[in-house]
Design a binder for this molecule. Sequence first.
Ligand SMILES: [Ca+2]
Length: 335
Amino acid sequence: MTIMQWMKSPSSYLIGLLSGALLSTSAWASDYTNRQEVDLFIDEMVNEYQFTREELERWFAQAKKKQSILKAISRPAERTHTWESYRKIFVTDSRIEKGVEFWENNLATLEKAQEEFGVPAQVIVAIIGVETRYGTNKGSFRVIDALSTLGFDYPPRAKFFRKELKQFFLLAREQKQNPLDLIGSYAGAMGYGQFIPSSYRAYAIDYTNDGFADIWNNPTDAIGSVANYFKRHGWASGEPVIVRTRINNNYNKEILNDSLKPKHTVNSLLEQGYTPVTKLREQEANVIRLQGKHGAEFWMGLNNYYVITRYNHSRLYAMAVWQLSQQIAKAKKAK
Ligand SMILES: [Ca+2]
């Protein structure tokens, strides 16, 4: 209904007044006031980190429980897709093309980060591409709503998200931001590289040297921060990531997808029927089976593959980042 129609209709005017009254009542008694677990959380923030009760009560009075967040967390893409359908979302012509564009727009920063942290520019670009389409889709939820909803109304992960909510208030205080203003994903991940608050505090760096690690809005800070995250999680410069592998007739199926962290070695996998298509030196490795477009695919994942899963604990995610990075590098070279 437009404003004009609304003004012409006395009955809807009355309804408008009534619902306005209801709205203001519900804003006063918000989703996160007068709740015992929120009160306990506030006590902890006051005692552990010297926040004031008043400021926390003021923020929680504005926090909202969002059904859309509860819906999104219960069916993440990583759990509902095969490799074939997941790949179609993330390794696309448009994401490759925009990746080359992002690379060219941030050429000097990416070169510097590659040099300093040993992480290939295309991997940094691909992470930002998969996470936020190069910063064009950084999320549309207020972080306080996301983390309050998941911390207080989603029991399976409540402990994790309450911890992140604590980290979030600390982060906002350190970065002199209003916690009510910050926007992110349904899970409270923020900025170009979608760092959750604890990651932001631990790994975000100020790569522009202006004294502020701004991965919300600054691509230079975001690039440095993603590279730093990878380095700190053990990225080995110049080492392979994942290699296609052949299987022999009696390969050991039991060890497929048995862990994200490599818990076997290349030589022991050879003995169990897996032969990588590229020769690999002896190192820790695991075997991965993905359901691709042309059926089952077998891969040998190495340390750097595991490092990508530290960003998002999913085989599909790490594979998408890796393949997107390869395609972007190829497209850039061909230009
Ligand atoms: Ca900065």
